[in-house]
Design a protein around this ligand. Structure first.
Ligand code: GLC
Ligand code: GLC
Length: 828
């Protein structure tokens, strides 16, 4: 089948980059011009509870708050063909049937564009001179997805057309929905009332919620039974009802309920018609579930549909959404010499940070929404990318996370977003977890100056009887390391540290066991040099906080522990040309010259240098040169080298992956910014930026076909140099890569860094970069920062002026809220 691409499109796209699409910076959109992308390229709709995932062919699904327990529409992962199932439309003219997003009908389109924007996706397509303009979004503060669909007749003659909508209801619990068919095929219930189709499975019993799908016009028919609409032996591409040209008006009784509206109409020459569809979620309080005569209480649904029943209302809601995003992004805007850098920093990296904050690792096209809750470690790190945009929500998140910590500082590895309680099935003992709480809390305080958060009373283990101040939680985090040291005085690793797959206390020979939750070693020996680095890096901030608050004794106590850790790294954590990774359960080194494979790992190089170890004696540079020589390649910096070619029970999951993938020699993108930051700490701006460009999606757009996943967001992993498919990415969107890259580029490369007392200006850029401007909103004031680099240096602020007056040093004070200041920075 031949799909028409841009070559035949009426408007020639500006700055077209690849055969698949281009960035439209003015509209903050990525424009896809061929529906057959190398993998489904998706977007996220929704900001606060009600969410949809939507692909460039309108595939995907919708849920409320929890993708497992409140799944509204069905999605089948790893389906054939890929990405089958979504919220679909069929347009029928005579015998010709097509879809605005190409799928599911897959009729060749004369024009196709998918514009993924901030919180909305828009599809512009045409066939036989009928033009369709479909915009899907979740309005702010609304538990509904709105779809505005416009059809225009671009001919001189009238046209008779039909339009069918289609979505498939999921019976709420997405896991149950995929497994428990003996029950599910009998429980499904729907109701049709005018243009409103209600999905009310299990509402008669314990649920206080239902969903609905409506359209703001009269309909000429409907279907709610999948078999009646599709035909038992058809896929989504050619439903029987559409082929026949008439809806079945079916009512589902169990089996697989769907919602489909049927509209039949004429479009005059040049005429445009518009419909607004609303897919909503309604909760009714216990006393209001039923009407007086025992029917479904539809009041809230009708209200929600009425909120978006006109074009003006939808236009207003779209404008409000655009304002919302502009306002968030405005906290940090760069205008620099490279448009790719600008679009990453200003738009896409911030956007991805918000998405990872909202979804943690739960729902993407690689995370099924039924597996993982919120990670303690992941959610803390995600905060690094959003504290400047949504400080209030960050504050709430920090308190939620801290409440899942135990009194000894350890923490549930994951918690459930609906209950906010720790997940006992996975448990604790990932010994890096506690420290991330220090990092996120301090990032929040540096951004906001809200030291009061430290006085908040927060339960341990979600038990209000065990509450203490957030500050006490940070102390517990710090002491968890102090109280869990191994034979070399380095931190015990537990089930794993940041690297989930380095499992030094699980010697598993049973394929049915989990590497992370089956511990069969006491764990008194295996140590992590990475945690040692983290402990110092975040611990120094903890000390600074103690001093800031006048806790001198605690600061001194903590400093002694940091000093001891630095000594332990010097004695037992340095391997000659790089930092060692760990000691295994037998006390043998990992990530050492002594190893045949896995001789060098990325994590301790990043973290020990961020801790400041080796900065004054040359070891930091030596380690970074080793990284450059042994780990870095065209598509990023791999995690370890050489990759393991055999299974090592004593190392765990890391050695289960074929070489070059995931934690075994893949570019685990999350860890690359640690090296970028480390390079800035030794002043190597050229290398830091070079590494940045190897990963940053806008710079990789030229590799779109190879890269496979979306060219506008980071992926968790890019296959490494030893892989069979180097450069190919997997697991896009939900990854700590988003926050860490944002943190590295904005605070260390561009060098605008919040501190307790103000904004530190300390760029470390490529010597050839002549300068850049940044507008930064910080604690309510606006800083208009202009950096000039006439001498072509990488680092070093020679002079700074604030509102025309020369100032000493490179720390900008906290200014009065709503004030505006011009800052000039001369590097040299
Ligand atoms: C995944 C996990 C993260 C972990 C990383 C490395 O991204 O979500 O918690 O640190 O893998 O194993
Ligand atoms: C697996 C994955 C790893 C991920 C972990 C989360 O180990 O390989 O990347 O972090 O699961 O539990």
């Amino acid at each position: 089948m031949k799909i028409t691409t841009s070559k035949k499109m009426p408007e020639k796209p500006p700055n077209k980059q690849t055969e698949f699409g281009y960035f439209d910076d003015e509209h903050k959109e990525y424009v896809i011009i061929d529906p057959k992308t190398p993998y489904p390229w998706i977007n996220y709709l929704g900001n606060d509870g009600f969410y949809s995932l939507i692909s460039n062919t309108t595939g995907g699904y919708t849920f409320y708050k929890d993708a497992k327990f409140r799944r509204l529409t069905r999605y089948r992962y790893n389906n054939v063909p890929v990405d089958s199932g979504g919220k679909y439309f069929y347009i029928r003219e005579g015998g010709c049937v097509w879809s605005p997003g190409w799928k599911p009908a897959q009729a060749p389109l004369d024009q196709y564009q998918c514009r993924h924007g901030l919180g909305y996706s828009r599809f512009l397509s045409s066939k036989r001179q009928v033009h369709c303009d479909l915009t899907c979004f979740v309005p702010l503060g609304t538990r509904a997805e709105v779809q505005r669909l416009r059809l225009s007749n671009r001919t001189e003659a009238p046209k008779k057309l039909q339009l069918y909508s289609l979505l498939e209801w999921c019976l709420w619990n997405a896991e149950d929905d995929m497994t428990n068919f003996q029950r599910n095929f009998s429980t499904g219930e729907v109701e049709v009332d005018g243009s409103h189709i209600y999905h009310k499975t299990e509402y008669r019993e314990r649920r206080d919620h239902y969903a609905f799908y409506s359209v703001n016009s009269e309909i000429q028919g409907f279907d709610t039974d999948r078999e009646a609409f599709l035909g038992l032996y058809n896929g989504f591409e050619a439903p029987e009802a559409v082929t026949r040209g008439r809806a079945g008006n079916s009512i589902a009784h169990g089996w697989s309920p769907i919602a489909s509206h049927f509209l039949e109409f004429e479009l005059g020459p040049g005429e445009t018609k518009e419909w607004i569809f609303v897919l909503g979620y309604v909760e009714n309080p216990a006393g209001e579930k039923w009407t007086a005569d025992g029917g479904l209480n539809k009041t809230r649904a009708l209200q929600m549909a009425a909120d978006f029943d006109s074009g003006e209302k939808v236009t207003r809601a779209l404008a409000a959404l655009a304002d919302y995003w502009q306002n968030l992004l405005d906290a940090y805007q760069i205008s620099g010499p490279d448009t790719r850098l600008n679009r990453m920093v200003n738009i896409w990296n911030q956007y991805q940070c918000m998405v990872t904050f909202n979804f943690s690792r739960s729902a993407s096209f690689f995370e099924s929404g039924i597996g993982r809750g919120m990670g303690f470690r992941d959610s803390n790190q995600d905060l690094l990318g959003v504290v400047h945009m949504i400080p209030e929500r960050a504050r709430e998140r920090i308190l939620d996370i801290a409440a899942t910590q135990f009194e000894d500082g350890s923490a549930y590895h994951q918690y459930q977003p609906l209950t906010k309680r720790g997940n006992a099935a996975i448990g604790k003992n990932f010994n890096d977890d506690p420290l991330w709480l220090i990092q996120s809390t301090l990032a929040y305080i540096k951004e906001t100056g809200d030291f009061d958060i430290l006085e908040e009373s927060v339960p341990f283990d979600n038990d209000p009887a065990k509450a203490n101040s957030l500050f006490a939680h940070l102390t517990a985090s710090f002491d968890h390391v102090v109280n869990n040291l191994g034979p070399h005085g380095l931190p015990l690793i537990g089930r794993a540290d940041w690297n989930d797959c380095l499992n030094l206390n699980c010697f598993s020979q049973d394929p049915n066991e989990s590497f992370q939750t089956t511990e069969n070693r006491a764990g008194e020996v295996a140590e992590s040099v990475m945690i040692a680095g983290m402990f110092i890096a975040f611990g120094r901030d903890y000390v600074a906080l103690c001093r800031h608050r006048g806790h001198t004794e605690e600061a001194e106590r903590a400093e002694r522990h940091l000093q001891a850790m630095a000594t332990a790294i010097d004695r037992h954590g340095w391997d000659g040309d790089w930092f060692l990774r760990a000691y295994d359960a037998a006390g043998k080194p990992i990530g050492s010259h002594a190893n045949r494979q896995g001789r060098i790992f990325i994590e301790p190089q990043g973290f020990c240098i961020m801790a400041g170890v080796g900065l004054d004696d040359g070891r930091a540079r030596t380690a970074l040169d080793s990284v450059n020589k042994l780990l870095a390649y065209e598509h990023g910096i791999v995690l370890n080298y050489p990759a393991y070619t055999q299974y090592h029970p004593e190392y765990g999951e890391i050695s289960t992956y074929p070489q070059g993938y995931k934690e075994n020699g893949g570019v685990f993108c999350h860890s690359n910014p640690w090296i970028m930051i480390a390079e800035t700490l030794v002043g190597n701006g050229d290398r830091a930026f070079d590494y940045y460009t190897r990963l940053a999606p806008a710079f990789r757009e030229k590799h779109a076909a190879l890269h496979k996943t979306e060219p506008y967001v980071y992926a968790q992993m890019i296959a490494g140099k030893e892989a069979a498919t180097p450069g190919q990415a997997k697991n896009s969107w939900l990854t700590g890569t988003a926050a860490w890259n944002y943190y590295a580029v904005t605070q260390f490369i561009l060098g605008v860094r919040p501190t307790f007392d103000g904004l530190l200006i300390d760029p470390c850029i490529p010597a050839a970069m002549k300068g850049f401007q940044i507008t930064r909103k910080f604690r309510g004031a606006t800083y208009e920062i202009s950096v000039a680099n006439p001498a072509g240096v990488s680092r070093g602020v020679q002079q700074m002026w604030v509102d025309g007056t020369a100032v000493a040093g490179n720390l900008l004070p906290v200014f009065a809220p709503r004030s505006y200041h011009r800052v000039e920075v001369l590097l040299g």
